[in-house]
Write a protein that binds this ligand. Sequence first.
Ligand code: SAH
Length: 368
Amino acid sequence: MEPRDKVNLLDLDREGMEAFFAAQGEKAFRATQVLQWIHQRGVDDFDAMSNISKALRARLRACAEVRRPEIVIEQASRDGTRKWLLRLEGGNCIETVFIPEDGRGTLCVSSQVGCSLNCTFCSTAQQGFNRNLSSAEIIAQLLVAYRALGDTPKGERRISNVVMMGMGEPLLNFDNVVRAMNIMTDDFAYGLSKRRVTLSTAGVVPAVDRLREVCHVSLAVSLHAPNDALRNELVPLNKKYPIAELMDACKRYVADAPHRKVTFEYTMLAGVNDSVAHARELVRVLQGVPAKVNLIPFNPFPNTRYACSSREAIDQFRAIVTRAGLVTVTRKTRGDDIDAACGQLAGRVQDRTRRSQRLAAAATSRVG
Ligand code: SAH
């Protein structure tokens, strides 16, 4: 059998793994055993799975494999942030970042190669969209990071939280992302609580409702503007799902979970969305929504038209939102010496969208 015909067991959550073993005439507890071998012990060689019979191991070798992306580069920042560049089948690369903080360690995971949403202040958008990641490619980011961090000297904290805030819009790759998050939260794989896994979205409203039903992880929403006119410009998806609809979906998301809040991310862009009036408008927009606010200093990238707000503007903005009773945190920029900060994850994307054709056409017409 060619490798491509084999089932990649990294693609399977508990349900999938149980179905796989049922089809082999095996009991459901095999799923638990294999999940533990793969995800908790980092074993991908069936022969090393000692609590599985030799006969079953041989059958697994014939029809299945654990196929993970290759680590191309691993970098460490002065502040402890680590970054891995992973090469996927087909040649594209994605990035995963580990951010150690006091009392926790957060892994920032990508969900797509590139992104189709075109947010004007995001460097991933500039690269266009290539494809969705498989569940295996998403969960492999945890596998790689857990293995690598396990080998480091003590003092560096391991992963306590995962945020789907890398490249891509996770809710536009819904099924694969949910399956990967099922593995993250499975006690026999990574055992993270649903509160410690955060999905960040630009606001795909119907998918927010579906997510609540199938995998109720913590929700973060990339808001960045307090009114539709400005948000249409910064986050074009807003034209499809305007702020009022998005806020209703956020309220529904936490309605049955009294202590839960939605985190609203707001990238601070000098002279664009950072005035006192914007802060007041934001407070009004978030009225009635159980919310926390995360202010993100804009991270510049080549050819961007934006600049980061001044320290004073950010502090003033934060003071206004805080005074209104909303917990507001200004996110520290981490790992910028290794280009690992928000919106800087680049990978190497072979753009298959129309954007690359437009750019190529423009280049040709300039030449001609
Ligand atoms: N598509 C999802 C997941 C990407 S998350 C979403 O929109 O939420 C990446 C986070 O980093 C988002 O909040 C995004 O708005 C923010 N971000 C993107 N580019 C940035 C930049 N250049 N500087 C600071 N934050 C940025």
